[in-house]
Write a protein that binds this ligand. Structure first.
Ligand SMILES: NC(=O)c1ccc[n+]([C@@H]2O[C@H](COP(=O)([O-])OP(=O)(O)OC[C@H]3O[C@@H](n4cnc5c(N)ncnc54)[C@H](OP(=O)(O)O)[C@@H]3O)[C@@H](O)[C@H]2O)c1
Length: 302
């Protein structure tokens, strides 16, 4: 593993200097040469596991320079080592998106180091899935809204001026099917993801005039650490069947494909559009089915 103390284009302060010591393999053979228009610097939140880590691996393979962020620094460092063979620069930034100062520091650090961020992937998020009255007001409600919705908005706001100045950029928000179909025990999670979808739609209309793309990715169940952290307690043991679950790599592939072929939204798996349509056009039927299959059995049985 090689390390570098390379200076950022925008100069450095002590904090950045410490971080830059963790940057792995500043390469001379980056794929940037020859194609000045190609977007090459990607910032991804929640890269320490699951979808974010899979996106980071695939993006490095495709030659993107990366700023990666999460709380678990040891995971980010391991990812840096994994990306080393691809000859790209990877800047790990330890940050807790529930902390406002940390959110501010991410964009600043990445912009100082790389000079620009061309693709921002707002991926970090978590779900605490329980009946509303059982959720903790701070850690399971306020923090969930902060990490899943407010942090992506604030981070985007900080990255946007450089995208506008460069007249290019792409913001990709990893939302969820819960941004379209809200189900019991997902109330706060759905609120955060519905909000993220609204933000994504409005922002796209605000910035497309500058050549900036904004996309939403809406996956159904994905095999990651998400469920382990969700605190799910089910009497019925109802869960997404294994055959319906996506892999993190499938979502990562969709995210990288959206960079190459920008689209407003990607629903994964595609057939889930039918469920979204059913929920939209037959909401009473969906309410009834959910009451019968889930809520009555969970709430009324002892
Ligand atoms: N898995 C699913 O079924 C599914 C379905 C649809 C959408 N999604 C969405 O996909 C995104 C990625 O989730 P995943 O499935 O890959 O789950 P995951 O494996 O648990 O990854 C979540 C990532 O978010 C980071 N994160 C969580 N809280 C954070 C905080 N306070 N500050 C900074 N980073 C934080 C975690 O890093 P640290 O813990 O190291 O901080 C981790 O890297 C989330 O937005 C999730 O809502 C997931």
């Amino acid at each position: 593993m090689t390390t570098t103390t390379r200076q950022s284009r925008g100069g450095h302060n002590n904090q950045l200097w410490q971080i830059s010591e963790l940057v792995y393999n500043a390469s001379a053979n980056s794929k940037n040469t020859g194609d000045e228009q190609a977007m090459t610097v990607l910032l991804i939140t929640g890269a320490s596991s699951g979808i974010g880590a899979a996106i980071a691996r695939l993006a490095a393979k495709q030659g993107f320079d990366l700023a990666i962020t999460a709380r678990r620094m040891e995971r980010l460092e391991a990812l840096c080592t994994e990306c080393e063979p691809y000859g790209v620069r990877v800047l790990p930034i330890q940050a807790d998106l529930a902390q406002w100062e940390d959110v501010q520091r991410i964009a600043k650090t990445a912009l100082q180091f790389f000079g620009c961020i061309e693709v921002l992937i707002n991926n970090a998020g978590f779900g605490r899935l329980n009946w509303l009255e059982k959720l903790d007001g701070q850690s399971e409600i306020a923090d969930q809204i902060q990490v899943n919705l407010i942090a992506p908005i604030q981070l985007t706001r900080q990255v946007l001026p450089s995208m506008i100045a460069n007249r290019q950029g792409h913001v990709i928000n990893i939302a969820s099917l819960a941004a379209w179909v809200a189900t019991p025990t997902y109330s706060v999670y759905a609120a955060s993801k519905f909000g993220l979808r609204g933000f994504t739609e409005a922002l796209r209309r605000e910035v497309s005039i500058y050549g900036i793309q904004v996309s939403g990715i809406y996956p159904g169940g994905v095999e990651t650490e998400f469920a382990q952290k969700a605190g799910i307690e089910r009497k019925t043991r109802l869960t997404t069947p294994r055959w319906m679950r996506l892999t993190a790599e499938q979502v990562a592939k969709a995210a990288l494909d959206v960079i190459q072929h920008p689209r407003r939204q990607v629903i994964l798996p595609g057939y889930m559009s039918l469920v979204i349509g059913l929920n939209r056009f037959a909401p009473r039927l969906v309410d009834w089915l959910i009451q019968q299959w889930f809520v009555r059995r969970e709430r009324l049985t002892s």
